[in-house]
Design a binder for this molecule. Structure first.
Ligand code: SAM
Length: 180
């Protein structure tokens, strides 16, 4: 779970992990819940409900910068659920200096592998919507991208030997910072 990473770097960090799946939440609570970490069972498609959740209100100071991590999440939100508006809701609520990190499956990177993953999701009840580089870029709105910008999630040269290098080329990721 993504929550384990910031805790390992800064023991004082406060984290709210949101997931729709009750099994994920039960598992997450067993592993991670503490005074500083909350696992909220909720639907990210409803930003105003998530932001009003008591755990979010308790742990997140709306006046201070936050990190919004949407890692391998947004391609699970169908276009009909207006994910651009949804992400804009979280961007709007965040204080200046906040960071938005997104990794997202692409439909213009490795079509043969995207097709393979799409076929797997067609057998599940979760929609899978890989998007174009331009559409993924648009999730950051007017927040300037940090570092190298929108990049392939895992450059071939850096893929460890025990990872399928082609599957590692499935999408794009970037980090953006809300201007003052
Ligand atoms: C590929 S996992 C990524 C998990 C996490 N971002 C991480 O890096 O560890 C995608 C997760 O998104 C959750 N999910 C899918 N649609 C969701 C929604 N509408 N609201 C909240 N969580 C959702 C799924 O249950 C799943 O646990």
């Amino acid at each position: 779970m993504t929550t384990a990473v910031p805790e390992g770097i800064n023991p004082d960090v406060k984290v709210v992990y949101v997931d729709l799946d009750p099994v994920v939440c039960i598992h997450g609570r067993a592993l991670l819940a503490s005074d500083q970490v909350a696992i909220v069972q909720g639907d990210v498609r409803k930003p105003y409900e998530i932001l009003a959740d008591p755990a979010v209100q308790r742990l997140i100071d709306p006046g201070a910068p936050v990190g919004i991590l949407m890692m391998f999440l947004l391609h699970l939100i169908a276009d009909s659920d207006t994910p651009q508006d949804m992400v804009a809701g979280y961007r709007k609520a965040a204080a200046p200096g906040s960071v938005l990190a997104i990794s997202h499956a692409a439909n213009d990177a490795r079509p043969e592998y995207v097709g393979r993953i799409s076929a797997i999701y067609q057998r599940a009840n979760t929609p899978f919507t890989p998007r174009s580089r331009a559409d993924i870029n648009a999730f950051f709105g007017d927040w300037p991208l940090d570092g190298p910008g929108l990049v392939n999630m895992w450059p071939y040269a850096e893929v460890p030997a025990d990872v399928d290098a082609d599957l590692a080329q499935l999408g794009y990721s970037s980090v953006a910072v809300k201007p003052a």
